[in-house]
Structure formats: C-alpha cells, structure tokens
Design a protein around this ligand. Structure first.
Ligand code: SF4
Length: 296
C-alpha cells in the first residue's frame, strides 16, 4: 500500500514560532512556564514537558513572581500583561503576529464603534484562549457569536455592527453568519426605521487555516483511506477533519498511532495522512510507520 503524508499539514508558522521560542528558553534555562497548553496536541505538550516546560493556568500565574512565562500563539488579553508587570514576570511573548494584528484592529474598531453606539461582534468559540485575548481588547464588551450562532440574540440589530472572526473559524459558517446578520437587520428595519444601520464584516480567518481546506479536499479525494491526526481540542483540527470526511467518507480521526485500526485499510491501495495546524510532523511520521507495519 502506498502511504503519503500531506506536505502542507503540520504546524502553522505561529505554532512553529512559539515552539522554537520555548525550546530556545528551555535549552538556556532548563525550565519555563507556559500560560495554557502551548499547542492543542497532547503528544507535543508531553514532549516539551519532558524538556522542562510547565503548563500553568491564569490563577497560577497570579501566584508567580520573578520568573519567565511564555505566552503561546493564541495571544492574551491586556490583563495578563498587567499581572506580569505587577509580579515582575518576564513574558516570553510568542503571540502569533497574525493574532496580534487582529487584536490591534479590534481594539481600534471597538473605540470607533463605541463612539457610534455600535457593537463589535467576534465570531468564535466562547472561552477559547484566542477569543479571550480578542475580547480583552474591548474590555469584555464585544458580543461573541459561536459557530452554532449562539449569542446572535444578544445583538441589537438597530445599531451599527462590525464583525470579526477568530482566526481558526470555518469560512462557510462565517459567511452564513454574515447573511443571518443582514437578514436580521432587514427585519428590524421595517416601518419605524428610515435607514438601515451600517454593517461591516471582516473575514479575519487565517490563511494558514482557510488555504488548507481546499488543499485537503483534493488530498482526501486522491486517497482510498485518509487518516487525520490531531488533538481533539483543536478548533481547526475539527474543521479540517470535516472537510476530509466530506470528500472521502473513509476518513478517520486519530490522536496518535495507537488508535489505528488495521480493518480501516482493507482493500486500500493508497493511504493519506494529514493533520491540523497543531499536528507535529513527527507524529504523522509515526502514524505512517505504524500503517506500513500493517501492509508488510
Ligand atoms: S493559525 Fe494562523 S493565526 Fe493561528 S497561530 Fe497559526 S499562523 Fe497564527
């Protein structure tokens, strides 16, 4: 059986950068705190933990002082930087430049919307670290709408609305949301309203995620069986897996080689291995090795 690893799968540059910053610090100092899991992949987290990386949460951060803490690619709200300054914590800031740029845009946009008594909407997963960082730019005042469109009823459609997206969201869902908002504005805009409130939307989904979708659709279709490798917590993992499954029903989601099932490959001539922006290449290589042991 031919086994191919997708060349475009694996860490995006934001995650690669955060991991290489962590490794550099670990080589120099032996240990390093990381605020939240550095990547949504248990196996990579374990590898770095063995090198000395200690994952902490926000409560634990408050109890630290005079030490070094890494901020992962998802970014952080302003409060985290305030705590670090107060506790004399040296932040190793590995926030992805794409996320930082979005934080700044949201901050500026929110100030403009407040002046117009408008609302800023973030399309993203409530409680997700990146969304918390974005929400923090608005003092927690932006409305978060999830991919199930929960939160939509918190919007006042008679007022101006500006919409942004978490960088790892599904583009189709984002487009669906923009249409839903337009429809609601139209409904509110009946007899008593003379003009419609302006609605501006910015598709801020990262190219590292949205470009992989069409590519993976082709990759999945070219193989008899597809093995999608990802942590179960990864947002873009879920999204990219759904694309593979749609284009090849013989797609299986695994977190590591131990979850493989030999029966999945019955009669297959070509097996494809791919993953999320948080999937390490070494893990896909281990999966390939395990599959080749089935076919030998
Ligand atoms: S998916 Fe894009 S925005 Fe998110 S960490 Fe990777 S490069 Fe940065």
């Amino acid at each position: 059986m031919e086994i191919n690893i997708d060349k475009n799968s694996g860490f995006c540059f934001g995650v690669l950068n955060a991991i290489s910053m962590a490794e550099e610090q670990l080589r120099k100092h032996g240990t390093l705190y990381c605020l939240g899991e550095i990547v949504h992949n248990r196996k990579e987290v374990d590898r770095l933990r063995k090198m000395g990386l200690i994952t902490i949460n926000h409560e634990e951060l408050k109890g630290l002082s005079n030490t070094r803490v890494l901020i992962r690619a998802h970014g952080e709200p302003p409060q985290t930087y305030e705590i670090a300054e107060k506790n004399q914590i040296d932040l190793i800031d590995a926030s992805c430049p794409v996320v930082l740029k979005l934080q700044n845009r949201i901050k500026k946009s929110f100030t403009e919307m407040e002046a117009k008594e408008g609302q800023l909407i973030i399309f993203g997963k409530k409680g997700h670290a990146e969304v918390e960082g974005l929400l923090g730019q608005t003092g927690g005042k932006a409305v978060v709408v999830g991919s199930d469109f929960s939160g939509l009823d918190d919007i006042d459609f008679t007022k101006p609305i500006t919409l942004y997206s978490q960088t790892t969201q599904d583009k189709e869902k984002y487009l669906e949301l923009t249409q839903l908002i337009k429809n609601r504005i139209r409904q509110c805009n009946c007899a008593e309203k003379e003009t419609s409130a302006p609605f501006t939307s910015f598709n801020t989904i990262c190219g590292q995620v949205s470009n992989r979708g069409p590519h993976l659709a082709g990759f999945a279709a070219q193989h008899d069986v597809v093995i999608f490798v990802s942590g179960r917590e990864s947002s873009n993992g879920k999204y990219l897996y759904s694309i593979c499954k749609e284009h090849n029903p013989r797609t299986w989601f695994i977190t590591g080689p131990e979850e493989l099932n030999e029966e999945w490959f019955a009669g297959a001539e070509k097996a494809g291995i791919c993953g999320a922006t948080s999937t390490p290449v070494w893990l896909m290589e281990e999966v390939a090795k395990a599959i080749s042991s089935f076919s030998s």
